[in-house]
Design a protein around this ligand. Sequence first.
Ligand SMILES: Cc1ncc(COP(=O)(O)O)c(C=O)c1O
Ligand SMILES: N[C@@H](CCCC[NH3+])C(=O)O
Length: 421
Amino acid sequence: MDHFNYRDGVLYAEQTSLAVLANVHGTPLYVYSRATIERHWHAFNNAAGSRDHLVCYAVKANSNLAVLNVLARLGSGFDIVSGGELARVLEAGGDPAKVVFSGVGKTRAEISEALQAGIYCFNVESEPELERISDIAVSLNKVAPISLRINPDIDAKTHPYISTGLKENKFGIPFERALACYQHAAQLPGITIHGVDCHIGSQLTELAPFIEAVDKLLALIDALAKVGITIKHLDVGGGLGVTYDNEHPPEPAAYAQVLNERLGERDLTLLFEPGRAIMANAGVLLTGVEYLKVGESKNFALVDAAMNDLIRPSLYGAWQSIVPVVANSQAVMREYDVVGPVCETGDFLGKSRQLAIAPGDVLAVRSAGAYGFVMSSNYNSRPRAAEVMVDGEQHVVVRERESRQSLWAGEQLLPGDVDAD
Ligand SMILES: Cc1ncc(COP(=O)(O)O)c(C=O)c1O
Ligand SMILES: N[C@@H](CCCC[NH3+])C(=O)O
């Protein structure tokens, strides 16, 4: 069942009309569906069959506390990339013993916080980071569980900005260094080796690059066994794509099942780090139409959401579906560029969209639950949008719209009187 769907020309999130939410809470407004988040998480969690596994939701995709709390209640693990994300997971009731810590630039303070919290594993992205983690663990009288994030040099066939598994990308340890690096890790006093990790990119729509990467890592795991290093888990990262337009990525269940099968008889726990596949289609961004500028060569629909609210179209040229939340049978169908009020030519949510709309109508930008609110900013002194979670017949404001004053909290005027001559 789709938890966002049209009934009688009105778009619903579960049982709640999105037009009603826009009316009550104003726009721009992010709306998430709890039922969809849960359904997507279960799709991953059920797919590994009887193999030991852990779904570590990638917090960066959407870090709202209510989202994290929904997942924590399901028993989810979490993939974090900063001390801030660790703090959010703990605040939302997540279990630190199910947290993996990725990221190329972990600071001393972040490493020490994660050790004190007792996380499950550090996904180590460089040799100097390995040394740093060992030193800090020794100083705290602890032993740090680690995986090395291996960069397998595989083309994920996705947008270059979100490809992470190629040699020229900053992520992970080169495959050729992996064996030596594990052997060195085995000698370090503050380190215990747990796993092997990779993450080759985001919005992958084919299975082949995942399989290629996993096969490479399994060969490494077998080579490590031969030199006496036992690997307990394989973390395949995130990256499974979703349907924004007419892409046909594999379903989470099929994806997880294929990877699980590659592991064969090996005694390995399987870790997944999905972000987008859980959240993208569990959320929409609602925006109101302010003006229509109908011109000779181009029509613009000026809406009240902008690149500061949803930057994916501007940053990656990403395409997301834009639909009216209530069909307007009176309006003329035209082709519009849907643009925001920010003073940048690159400020658009969608280009060349066929829409029958009038000022005052509300539009939904679909598939906006992942990398939406989390990438928003206050550019042009625009307060960040509110966020609402629909939960069956209820809905809860899970983040208030920012106030004007909060935008300058922490700023100060210079001391003394201003000379007014
Ligand atoms: C290390 C790591 N894990 C997981 C993810 C989540 O990726 P996605 O949202 O594509 O599933 C990312 C982001 O690309 C990442 O960098
Ligand atoms: N922010 C990206 C995904 C980045 C994945 C994180 N490594 C997007 O919106 O598609």
